[in-house]
Design a protein. Structure first.
Length: 540
């Protein structure tokens, strides 16, 4: 008896689901479900790791500047893969590409959970990021294709729910898994969910390939990858412990030179090749260019500084991973609730005003974060996060509306995809930049506090004797008591220096937010006159 082939098995399963027929009304919703699962997982892993970072640092015995590569590598590779995902889908088919992306992400998750050291974890996060970089844009393209034009807005709204939900609940889920099991569980959880999603894609989705396949811009892809990786290395390793030469070391100078060469080759290639990886003609649109600059600066300041908050909450305040994750739940909820409101405001009023208000709110929230201490109350931690959710909900929609308002329809999809890439790249560079700044500010504050604590001063001696007396009451010897007392003082100084450094980072991020206002004022917004029958565009 002949063994059944995979095609025959799929056909038998297909007969059990009327929705497998593309003409069936429910088919597109089954496809939407498979895409939403993939989107939820992809965005989840961009946020779920934040709250597990403290446990990862403790597990591998590494400092924060090394641990941040667990985040940076994922975000950077995701940003690099996004522009090339369209060509891959056109060449191999959208179903195959989405299936491959989901498989790569699931495999990367399993390998991350099995990591034996930090270098292995970073490498496997790169594999994860490769899958995510294809999942997001290809999934969005599949949803857009399956739904008719009059229902695409609603469909993309449902697709966006998956992303918003993962932003809201990702840190909380990560915190629960980390506290209850281990940090490895945040990656293990993706495996069964990924297998279910793969089965759904295999059963429900039909293949689609475009009739015209453009050539792949290999030189553009390689040069962009080299440019981004070299520049990120230079930013992240400037103050690394091993880099004794600092910013003028041969390593940093070499990385910078490679980045400049890569960027030059990338620009030349994209301007001369027939089918560029990134259509730079999009930046001929003034509003698109300006809003891209704003989004990059915003991503650098906001995403770059946010990863420090879970580390502060767990290391300094004593939060568990779950508690640290729960504080981010309101951010995603507020963002999801306010996004439709932002869309209506952008349609009815000048979206530039909405953007300015959102940036000012974000800057104020970062300013509030700059006053954190070892004794911060819950409201001092939550209030800036409420404001952050308000700002993000208003800003992304209003900026997107401005960015694509004058864009030709045939370039709309690529413009929207590149807009997300720019935000991801801004966040990647922000994490690297602020990790480096954190080290520099810690060294600065440790020196200041160290000078203030003179071991021969009367104050230091009095505190040491007081601690000695306290220790003797609980049964310690005199010499041990003095040693422990001095150790407690040094430990407290270290904690104060870290908190002061985190405050400095949030203050710098707030200043960066204010700087992002400058290009916003240059945006040219057109609105229709509100008088009946009037359709005259008024430029502001």
């Amino acid at each position: 008896m002949a063994m059944p082939t995979s095609a025959s098995i799929r056909d038998r399963l297909s007969t059990q689901f009327a929705s497998i027929d593309r003409k069936h009304p429910s088919y597109k919703w089954w496809v939407m479900a498979t895409v939403m699962i993939g989107t939820f997982m992809a965005v989840l892993d961009a946020t779920i790791v934040n709250v597990a970072l403290n446990k990862i640092m403790a597990s591998f015995g590494i400092p924060v500047e090394k641990a941040e590569w667990v985040l940076t590598s994922y975000m950077l590779v995701m940003a690099v893969m996004m522009p090339s995902s369209g060509w891959i889908a056109d060449h191999f088919g959208y179903k195959r590409t989405y299936f491959l992306a989901l498989f790569t992400f699931t495999l990367g998750s399993l390998l991350c959970a099995l990591s034996w050291d930090i270098n292995a974890l970073i490498f496997f996060r790169v594999i994860q990021g490769m899958g995510t970089g294809m999942l997001m844009p290809v999934g969005m393209a599949i949803v857009t294709r399956e739904f008719p034009p009059e229902k695409r807005g609603m469909a993309l709204g449902f697709w966006g729910i998956a992303a918003a939900a993962s932003v809201s609940f990702g840190p909380a889920v990560g915190g629960y898994l980390t506290d209850t099991y281990s940090w490895q569980s945040i990656f293990y959880i993706n495996v069964p969910v990924g297998l279910v999603a793969l089965l759904g894609v295999w059963i429900f989705q039909h293949e689609f390939k475009t009739s015209k396949i453009r050539s792949f811009d290999l030189v553009g892809f390689i040069s962009m990858t080299v440019f981004l990786c070299a520049l990120l290395l230079a930013l992240a390793e400037g103050n690394a412990a091993w880099n004794t030469g600092g910013w003028t070391s041969n390593f940093i100078i070499t990385c910078t030179a490679i980045a400049i060469i890569g960027f030059t080759i990338f620009l030349y290639t994209e301007l001369t090749v027939t089918d560029p990886l990134i259509d730079l003609s999009l930046f001929k649109n003034f509003n698109y260019t300006v809003t891209s600059i704003v989004l990059f600066i915003f991503g650098l300041g906001m995403f770059g500084s946010t990863f420090l908050l879970p580390v502060y909450l767990q290391s300094m305040i004593g939060y568990t991973a779950l508690q640290a994750g729960l504080v981010f739940v309101p951010v995603g909820i507020l963002q999801g609730m306010l996004s439709p409101v932002a869309g209506m405001l952008a349609d009815r009023y000048n979206p530039k005003i909405v953007s300015i208000f959102a940036i000012l709110v974000m800057a104020f929230s970062l300013y509030l974060n700059a006053s954190l201490s070892l004794y911060s109350e819950n409201y001092q931690i939550m209030m800036p996060l409420y404001l952050r959710g308000l700002s993000m909900g208003l800003l992304f929609i209003s900026l997107s509306a401005i960015a694509v308002s004058d864009m030709p329809e045939n370039k709309m999809a690529q413009a929207a995809g590149l807009f997300n890439v720019i935000r991801q790249i801004g966040g990647s560079f922000g994490v690297a930049f602020f990790s480096t700044m954190l080290i520099r500010r810690q060294i600065f504050h440790m020196n200041i506090y160290g000078q203030a604590v003179d071991q021969y001063s009367p104050t230091f001696q009095n505190v040491s004797r007081a601690l000695q007396g306290l220790a003797q009451h609980v049964g310690s010897g005199a010499s041990q008591a003095v040693s422990r007392g001095k150790g407690l003082i040094i430990s407290h100084i270290g904690k104060q220096a870290f908190v002061a450094s985190v405050d400095d980072i949030f203050l710098i991020a707030g200043v960066i937010m204010i700087i992002s206002l400058i290009p916003v004022f240059l945006i040219r917004v057109k609105k229709r006159a509100k008088k009946p029958g009037a359709h005259i565009a008024i430029e502001e």
